[in-house]
Design a protein around this ligand. Structure first.
Ligand code: PHE
Length: 468
């Protein structure tokens, strides 16, 4: 840094709201990257991305998802982190601090807290199945090449109220413990270890998939688009996936932004995270689809793809019993960082606005989650008759968050940054991390956040919900 820059940097740092010295935060740049990537990477990559891509025709869906990630996801991710870094508060506090007095932008934060509960409610249940599957894989129950047999194993698990509930509690207990350890010791340390392990496991499984005879068909399914499959609900689903994948529209990135160091370059970090997340999704696709095709399975099995088709695929290959264990360990490890980022949203809120200690905030959130989560855990057994809008609670929470709440919150975050917070505030926050090209970057970014992203979100949302 030149002398001039250091002065500018110090001045900018001073102008930021006084930060309580005792406030927790991430310590290293590496830790920030790991925690942010850890929040983005999860079952979205290993479960949701493959089953949605499989069910929506492959490459055409992938392209729309890619475009949504770049034009919609990235600008919103940057906006959220910027706001958090600047305000150093939980979602609601951040928006109250940054908005002009009396304007209710903090409602975005409330929507985010609601989304975090609804997503965690079904997400922890999918992780619960994965935990159960790790044990099934080790004990050799998953070694049938017949999808029907695997379907029976899966159905037996999800329709058993006791197993569904208890495994969900195990998951809630595990993430509660990590969040209790705090930002630096819990979140930063955990994700720093998880990310590399995940990556290595995925590469190993992908290489196995690619070296199978007949793998080519799976690759062309993933990379050769058929645009006749494109419909507006499909575009909405692809955009919803982009929101879900990047963990945006619910305040997780805003909350993590508040733990960022002031010299962290946010557009660069966010872009790196987006690319990293895409690489993990593509690797998961490469690990799964070639194998699905090589063994003659169908790619459009839906949410069960991970639990029904995948074990059958592994059972059909040499060393399958080893790979199936590897794969489910991977699927159990991947979502931990994502779950703690979601959990941190209400926990930070309860601490920041209600003055609770981390212990009390975590305990209350976990207890509430056990209640909301049980409506999902029991959605295939005791509560199966309860079908809001003709969907199981599982599907309903998923649809409501990914396809409505997250995009709506994302839309309002753009409108807030573009039309209320404004160019000079954004530029001032960006200049904390000083690089020479910040001015041009800010102009382009601001234009996208103000006009392009909100217009796209609005059109996709309205047409996807048949309101246009
Ligand atoms: N991005 C996470 C995943 O892909 C899920 C998530 C959504 C995490 C929203 C935090 C917030 O699995």
């Amino acid at each position: 840094m030149g002398k001039q820059h250091i002065v500018a940097h110090q001045a900018a740092t001073k102008s930021v709201d006084k930060i309580p010295v005792t406030r927790e935060g991430f310590i290293t740049g590496m830790g920030i990257a790991a925690a942010t990537l850890g929040a983005a990477v999860g079952l979205g990559n290993i479960w949701k991305f493959p089953f949605l891509t499989g069910a929506n025709g492959g490459a055409a869906f992938l392209i729309i998802y890619l475009m949504s990630t770049i034009l919609i996801g990235l600008p919103i991710m940057i906006s959220e982190i910027l706001l958090g870094q600047r305000a150093k508060g939980d979602v609601v506090t951040t928006l109250i601090k940054m908005a002009p007095k009396g304007q209710p932008w903090w409602l975005i934060g409330i929507a985010g807290i609601l989304s975090s509960f609804l997503i965690l409610a079904f997400y922890t249940e999918v992780v619960a199945w994965v935990f159960a599957y790790v044990f099934k894989a080790v004990s050799g129950v998953l070694l049938s090449t017949d999808p029907d047999t695997n379907m029976a194993v899966f159905n037996q698990l999800i329709t058993d109220p006791v197993q569904s509930l208890v495994w969900q509690w195990v998951v809630l207990f595990a993430i509660g413990c990590i969040v209790l350890l705090g930002v630096a010791k819990g979140i930063e340390q955990t994700t720093k270890w998880l990310m590399p392990i995940l990556f290595v496991l995925l590469v190993v499984v992908s290489i196995r998939g690619l070296t199978l005879p007949g793998a080519g068909e799976g690759l062309s399914f993933l990379f050769q688009p058929d645009f006749s499959k494109v419909t507006s609900p499909m575009i909405l689903t692809a955009m919803g996936l982009a929101f879900f994948k990047l963990s945006i529209g619910m305040g997780a990135m805003m909350t993590y932004g508040s733990y960022y160091r002031n010299d962290q370059h946010i557009p660069l970090t966010a872009t790196g995270m987006m690319v990293g997340d895409l690489v993990v999704s593509l690797l998961a696709g490469i690990a799964i689809f070639p194998a699905v095709f090589a063994f003659g399975f169908e790619p459009d099995a839906g949410p069960g793809l991970l639990f029904v088709t995948i074990p059958a695929v592994f059972a059909s290959m040499p060393l399958g019993s080893v790979f199936v264990v590897l794969f489910f360990v991977l699927a159990a490890v991947a979502p931990i960082g994502a779950m703690i980022s979601m959990l941190e949203v209400p926990v930070a809120f309860l601490r920041g606005r209600m003055g609770l200690t981390r212990l009390h905030a975590t305990l209350i959130t976990i207890a509430l989650l056990a209640i909301v989560g049980s409506t999902v855990a029991l959605s295939n057994s005791t509560l199966a008759h309860f079908q809001p809008f003709d969907m199981t609670t599982f599907d309903f929470y998923d649809f409501l968050t990914s396809n409505i709440l997250l995009p709506l919150a994302g839309l309002f975050i753009c409108l807030f940054v573009g039309w209320s917070w404004g160019f000079s505030e954004m530029q001032q926050t960006l200049s904390l991390s000083d690089t020479r090209w910040n001015r041009y970057l800010t102009i382009v970014l601001y234009g996208i956040i103000k006009f392009v992203t909100p217009t796209l979100v609005m059109i996709i949302l309205l047409s996807g919900l048949n309101l246009l």
